[in-house]
Design a protein around this ligand. Sequence first.
Ligand code: DAH
Length: 341
Amino acid sequence: MFDKVEEYKAMIKSAEAKVADDLEQFRMKFISKKSVVTELFNDFRNVPNDQKKAFGQALNELKTLAQDKFKSLADSLDHSSNESTSKGIDLTLPDVPNENGSVHPLTTTRNKIIEIFERMGFNVASGPEIEEDFYNFTALNFPENHPAREMQDTFFIEKNPDKVLRTHTSNVQIRMMEGGQPPFRSIMPGRVYRNEAISARAHCFFHQVEGLYVDKNVGFKDLKQTLYHFAKEMFGENTKIRLRPSYFPFTEPSAEIDISCFICQGKGCNVCKYTKWVEIAGSGMVDPNVLANCGIDPEEYTGFAFGMGIERIAMLKYQINDLRLFSENDVRFLRQFQGTF
Ligand code: DAH
């Protein structure tokens, strides 16, 4: 009997619990009602009287030993299971970077343009990208077979020769004006298409913002002041503008708008190609023929219009030198605009 007690004591002392199941085995064997310890207690009555006291003491020690061991095994198992879950997380590793997306630079630029003109009282309008020849050309004073149509290489819709992918956003001017009477004061952002070979400086699609202001007594000074204000808001307070005479069928007179190069501040650099000026828009007074084509009396109303390329403005603003970058979706390019709005 005493041998058994010693044997169990040794087993208890050397017991280990690596997983919860080991602990349960231990409990069954040494703690539960069916444990070997209980069995020994049951044998107590068979112990000769003179040994009862010593055996009782030995049994109590065994029981306490088993209970203490059970507690410490349970504790260490708890501990090690914590350790094993924390093994998956190495707190010394660098943080996983926050993969926020970024707003596309063309969207940022378009929003900024809209914001500036909205503050001057322009609202935003849009029109179709697949457009009838009439809205893209004829109503804008491009007579049929007129060489001015060659200014813009056009994608025609094969099955319907009257339809084109619009070559500019000027089509929206016509759609606006034919639907009502002045005043009109709108900007019209949108995508346009040209049949051009893709290169760093040209693409088969790009984006423009058209502007139109038609009312009584709108003059060239209004055009100039509006675009001067825009240029300062977009490129900085010190920006100057220059108007160069130009030709568009839908405006008379017409002017190209240049801004003073905000990169070299007039010293000459490769952005302005050492001319100190960079072109940002085409513009002019709406040709009386265009107003008449839309049912507006050119004797009563006058207006100005302008059109600018969003890519061009973004390229200047962010010094991007290849038009293709805007549509390639290379995240290395796009990530550089994180944080711009
Ligand atoms: N539609 C012209 C183009 O795509 C840009 C333009 C020039 C728009 C003068 C206008 C304007 O409204 O008045 O090149």
